[in-house]
Ligand binder design. Sequence first.
Ligand code: PEP
Length: 248
Amino acid sequence: MSRRRIIAGNWKMNKTPSEAKALIEELKPLVVNPDVDVVYCVPAIDLTTAIEATKGTNVSIGAENMYFEESGAYTGEISPNMLTDIGVKYVIIGHSERREYFAETDATVNKKVIKAFEHGITPIICCGETLEQREQGITLDWIRMQIKIAFQNVTADQAKEAVIAYEPIWAIGTGKTATAEQAEEVCAGIREVIGEIYDDATAAAIRIQYGGSMNASNAAELLSKPNIDGGLIGGASLKADFGKIVNA
Ligand code: PEP
C-alpha cells in the first residue's frame, strides 16, 4: 500500500506574524512537490497570516496545540472550532515540549485526539522515549503504551487518517538524530501496535513520521525506510533547508 508522504514543520515559539509571512514567501518556490503533503504548524497568533499567505499553494496549515473542550472558561486556550473557522487542517497533539513544560499527559492527548477528529482536524500525535528509557531497553514498551492510550475510543476509520510522529526526546533540538535503523525499528513497532488495536488495513493506512533533528543531509536516508512516511521538523523548518527535506 502506498501512503502519501507528509512533511510537517513545527515552528514552535518562533516567528511573529510579519516574520511568518516573509518565511512563507521565501519557502514558497522551494516546497513545491505534488507527491508530498506539506504542512506548517505555526504559533496560534500566526495562523491567520499563514493561512492567507499559503492560499493557492500546496501547503496546509496546522496548529501546535488545541484544547479538548468546545468553549468556556479556559483562559488562554484555543478550541477546535476556532481552528476550523479559519481553515486550519492539522494540529500537533502531545509534543514532548507540551508534555514537559505544560503538564500534558497521555490522557489529555487522547481527549484532544478525539476532539480533533470530531472537528475534522487531522491530529499529528507525538510519542517518544527519553534517553534513559532507551538505555533501559523499554523504548518499544513505552511507545506501545503511549499509542494505546492516545487511540482509546478512536475508530478505525479515524485512525486511518491520523498521523503519528515518532520523536525520540533525546533527538529533539539536540542535533542528535536517531539512526535510520533505530527510527525504522520504532516506526515499524508503532505500525504493529496499530494493527493489534485495529486491523491490517488501518496499520497499512496510517502515516508515521520521524522527528528529531531531521535536516537536509539526513532526511533522504530516514525517509527511505519502509515505515517512515514523513517527518516532523523543528529547527530546519525555519530555513530554506526545509525545501530540501520536502524534496528528499
Ligand atoms: C520537533 O520539535 O518536533 C523537532 C523534531 O525539533 P527538531 O527538528 O529541532 O529536533
